[in-house]
Design a binder for this molecule. Structure first.
Ligand code: KIV
Ligand code: ZN
Length: 502
């Protein structure tokens, strides 16, 4: 019997994913995502493009030091100064990898690089040989491979294998290929590149035509042993292949894809939520696997079918991606022990007594205001990322006077470093008025750039979660607030953005 083939997952959420317009993660946030990716079980984390900025460099370095099992990768152009910088950033990782790339398609060589084939051949091999002086693990990508003349591609790949590359990553840079074509490209490489059996073949597919996952899966069937992608399918333009979709495709269709991998699918939901909350890129409700409706059954016929037998309309269970349908049975009289146990069942481990006490305090406060506390409520409460921001400005109280035929007025009271300050302001609506009052207290010009509100669960007493993007001092800051009162959520969201900026 043939053994299942091992597919390695290479996550580039922090590099290609961070190239998503509007995404700008700080060091702490990148570290948080990297730790979640390690728990998810990805094999490689491309933590950034070291030479591109000091922020990227420091984040890669921090991640390289923090991760215990996962290999950390930095991207570099085929230039010595890029490779030097990448090595500086990844060298303390348990298994560091340098990733270098150079475009090989006629279009890119002629218009972007202004290089001849000969120059590209030489520079790619030279870059790999240079990186190899630092580490045994070097990945090379011929950018725009899917639009490269295959004969030339084979030559470049042969050259970099000779120079010591351990992984050849074949990008469909502009999402142009389709599954049959891409599969043939991988097979062509396997048949025509000498030395190919010694290295991993990887694929990196963009989703411009909605085929990134299909192309990646087809390549894996053809023989690729590594797949690159991003959580939630983030990335340039239409994004990259969504890792959670590939994992669930392989798991759900084991009859077709006989692959082994290291991903713990029950961590998918939490990882996706973390990435959503830190990037501020919200998902369409019908996004496969991790969208709000991915496991919802609306039509009566479907609901009836699922109640009789889940497999009628469910090809995978919500539990397999870490969703639970259990209701929190704890109420306001429940103790901390039971609360912590439920958190652990939900896959949340708070590392300090302080974090547990804070979460338990929030749970108690919520249980006072909300009859049924559901798992989603708890997960929203312990989404601790915003709690870690130092709170220079804290909400003490607010009062609103609002209506359709009156001047909307907000009085907001904040604690600012042991002093209580109260200001009142008027505005177009209660939220606008309260943001103006906050702006007066903080002394910042605050520009609301984006405002999103959602109910965490159903019901009249549901928690309302508000996410904002605020322009403060020429930069954009994300903020989030949750409460059963949506004005309070809005004020808390504004304050978390302001505290980030402070
Ligand atoms: O899309 C692409 O070609 C890339 C390379 C740098 C791998 O992101
Ligand atoms: Zn890319």
């Amino acid at each position: 019997m043939e053994m299942a083939r091992r597919i390695k997952f290479f996550d580039t959420t922090l590099r290609d994913g961070e190239q998503t317009p509007g995404v700008n993660l700080n060091l702490q946030e990148k570290l948080e995502i990297a730790l979640a990716l390690e728990r998810l079980g990805v094999d490689y984390i491309e933590a950034g493009f070291a030479i591109s900025s000091v922020g990227d460099f420091e984040a890669i370095q921090g991640i390289a030091k923090a991760l215990k099992t996962t290999s950390v990768v930095s991207l570099s152009r085929a230039l010595e100064k890029d490779i030097d910088r990448s090595w500086e950033a990844v060298k303390s990782a348990v298994s560091p990898r340098i990733h270098t790339f150079l475009a090989t398609s006629d279009i890119h060589m002629k218009y972007k690089l202004k290089m001849t084939e000969q120059e590209v051949l030489e520079n790619s091999a030279k870059a790999v040989a240079y990186a190899k002086k630092y580490t045994s693990d070097v990945q090379f990508s011929p950018e725009d491979a899917s639009r490269t003349r295959p004969e030339f591609l084979y030559k470049v790949l042969e050259g970099v294998i000779k120079a010591g590359a351990t992984c050849l990553n074949i990008p469909d840079t502009v999402g142009y290929s389709n599954p049959d074509e891409f599969s043939r490209l991988i097979k062509g490489i396997m048949e025509n590149v000498s030395g190919i059996e010694k290295v991993d073949i990887s694929v990196h597919c963009h989703n411009d035509l909605g085929l990134a996952v299909a192309n990646s899966a087809a390549a894996a069937v053809a023989g690729a042993s590594q797949i690159e992608g991003c959580i939630n399918g983030l990335g340039e333009r239409g994004g990259n292949a969504a890792i959670e979709e590939l994992v669930m495709l392989f798991n759900t269709r084991r009859d077709y894809y006989d692959f082994e991998h290291n991903i713990d699918s029950t961590k998918i939901n939490r990882t996706s939520k973390l990435v959503t909350s830190l990037t501020g890129v919200y998902l369409q409700p019908h996004k496969p696997i991790v969208g709000a409706n991915a496991f919802a059954h609306e039509s009566g016929i479907h609901q009836h079918g699922v109640m009789e037998e889940r497999s009628t309309y469910e090809i995978m269970t919500p539990e397999s991606v870490g969703l639970t349908s259990n209701r929190m049975v704890l109420g306001k009289l429940s103790g901390k022990h039971a609360f912590v146990q439920r958190l652990e069942e939900l896959g949340v481990k708070l590392d300090t007594e302080d974090a547990i006490n804070r979460a338990f305090g929030k749970f108690k406060a919520l249980a006072d205001r909300k009859k049924e506390v559901l798992d989603e409520d708890i997960l929203a409460l312990v989404d601790d990322n915003y709690d870690k921001i130092p709170k220079r400005f804290e909400l003490v109280s607010f009062q609103i006077s609002s209506g359709n035929r009156m001047i909307n007025t907000a009085t907001v009271q904040l604690k600012v470093e042991d002093e209580i300050i109260t200001k009142a302001a008027t505005g177009d609506g209660p939220i606008d008025a309260s943001y103006k009052a906050i702006s007066e207290i903080c002394g910042y010009d605050i520009e609301l750039k984006e405002y999103n509100i959602r109910a965490v669960t159903g019901g009249h007493d549901a928690l309302g979660e508000v996410n904002v993007k605020m322009g403060i001092g020429g930069k954009v800051y994300l903020g989030r607030g949750i409460s059963t009162d949506i004005i309070e959520s809005s004020i808390l969201a504004c304050l978390s953005a302001v505290n980030r900026a402070s």
